[in-house]
Write a protein that binds this ligand. Sequence first.
Ligand SMILES: [Zn+2]
Length: 347
Amino acid sequence: MQLPREVIVGRGSVEFVGSICRSLGFTKSALIITGEVTFEVAGKAIKEQLEGEGLRVEKHVITSNMPSINDVKACEEKIRRFKPQVVLGVGGGAKIDIAKLSSANQGVPFISIPTTASHDGISSPFASIKGLGKPYSLMAQSPIAIIADTDIIGRAPYRFIASGCGDVIAKLTAVKDWKLAHERKNEYYAQYTASMSLMSAHHLVENSHLIRPNSEEGLRVLLESLISCGIAMAIAGSSRPCSGSEHLFSHALDLIAPKPALHGEQCGVGTIMMAYLHGLDWKRIVDYLRRVGAPTTAEEIGIEPKYIVEALVIAPRIRPERYTILHERPLSHEEALALAKETGVIG
Ligand SMILES: [Zn+2]
């Protein structure tokens, strides 16, 4: 199992990137993988700081918004040519995923420096890339360090924070699905990582009154939860503790909806419906999502009801091997519609 060695969360923590690189033995060269905006927001200062420490630093700017296999290949080519000691992913989820997978493929360590807190990919060993024939995440590598600067992340639109909350609340149904797979299919169930994942969700729920725009304290709680989810996945060697039927629903929307919403937003809405199927207190989940300002309906995520219904129907086929409540009780169109209406997802 591979775990991060340095995790820093807080105001101005990006200022420690130089000392962290030094302590990890990266004193010669680094490659920064970033986006156009995120380079201005954070990458540039990081580059100057590392150059000040005497490192040779190059940057690779990704211009597309959807991480594709071509972006990964281009980054790998850059890594092969430049041969950096370390790759720094500076950006939102997409840039982090590209940096994570390309560095893993080239056998170079990777540091995660997120500029948003929209999902747990900022800390997990998994990457979600389009064009690999799989709509879900694939094993890449754990970041050797995570530097989450709340000043920078707090400047991103609040919608990203609310999305991150949706990805954390999803663990309530993800762990239920895992337990179900253990009971029905004798799948290996790791109590420790399941507890870690649930603890992250409870930590967030208990502190949800802190989560609102411009709350550094709330953002810190969210980051702690997201990072411990990533570590739970690293220990499990699987996304199982953090990804169940609610994630399959979100992956299905990514495939069929003309304009999918953010990953965590979709997972949050999925969690409401999967909680209903699991017999959990789904109304509490709605309340919690509302409290943190996350969407709870099809309308709020800007997706037409017909895609919600279709996604519920096709979700179990996305990963037939990952047994969930949707595999136990596959939904017909009528049942899916009834579920979405009953839980208020469709008005
Ligand atoms: Zn997720």
